[in-house]
Design a protein around this ligand. Structure first.
Ligand code: F6R
Length: 242
């Protein structure tokens, strides 16, 4: 695992975006793995800047989001369908038909999750997966105790994750209780991983991911198994690293 400690949150975004942009430059039809949440916003802003200044073309880029809430209508502003559209697809200029988000409203969620796995496989797999990490060590919505072999499936959100994400909803009760998420096995299949984390609230999770034992109690520690994983953090998130 390559760990890069950057001076600021903006620099974290720039370093991670440079990695993603170099993958796209080598392969214009690259398959990106997209995360939601606050952490990757600086990456998407930097990519948008590169596209709008003519330094990067993304029309042929394909993308798969990590996760989606169960039970939120697609048009709800906090559904990850909406969030991916408004923070990634539109600003960066991805081709909407090439951007996929798991279906959290399907009548048969298991079948929809299996179909999502097949779609990723049929696209040839993910070239570079963007990740954030939860304060409890989750990646995607693979909460502690998730199997390292897991694939896309329904999960129950941990109380801490629901509390952390309550900031996006009018009241904590509105945060969905379940999600569909790519599994740790799905994430580990990506050819490259780029995880970003900023701020003191991530220091324990970053320490456990990078220096703790490989353990399903810290799903992020699965990155220790990946041959091409880059972790980019600011000084506050790096505070507990040896
Ligand atoms: C969301 C996701 C989550 C977030 C994590 C950190 O698609 O995959 O693992 O990356 O919850 O969220 P933020 O960045 O908001 O702290």
């Amino acid at each position: 695992m390559q760990v890069v400690i950057a001076d600021s949150a903006a620099e974290v975004g720039r370093i991670a975006a440079a990695k993603v942009a170099s993958v796209i430059r080598h392969r214009p039809e690259a398959v990106l793995g997209l995360a939601t949440g606050s952490s990757p916003l600086a990456i998407y802003a930097d990519l948008a800047d590169r596209v709008h200044s003519g330094r990067l073309r993304v029309d042929a880029v394909r993308a798969f989001a990590l996760d989606e809430y169960v039970g939120l209508p697609l048009e709800h502003p906090e559904s990850y369908h909406s969030v991916i559209r408004t923070v990634v697809t539109e600003p960066v200029g991805l081709t909407p038909e090439l951007v996929n988000v798991p279906d959290g409203s399907a009548a048969d969620l298991d079948a929809a999750a299996d179909a999502y796995e097949r779609a990723i496989r049929d696209a040839g797999g993910v070239d570079v997966q963007i990740l954030g990490i939860g304060a409890n060590g989750h990646i995607g919505f693979n909460e502690p105790t998730s199997s390292f072999a897991s694939r896309t499936r329904i999960k129950t959100l941990a109380p801490q994750t629901r509390a952390d994400n309550a900031r996006f909803f009018a009241s904590p009760d509105e945060v969905p209780t379940h999600c569909v998420t790519q599994g740790l096995g799905t994430i580990l299949d990506a050819r490259q991983l780029v995880l970003v984390a900023t701020g003191a609230s991530k220091a324990d999770a970053v320490h456990a991911m990078v220096e703790g034992p490989l353990s399903s109690m810290c799903p992020g520690s699965a990155l220790q198994l990946h041959p091409h994983a880059m972790v980019v953090v600011d000084e506050a998130a790096a505070a507990r690293l040896e």
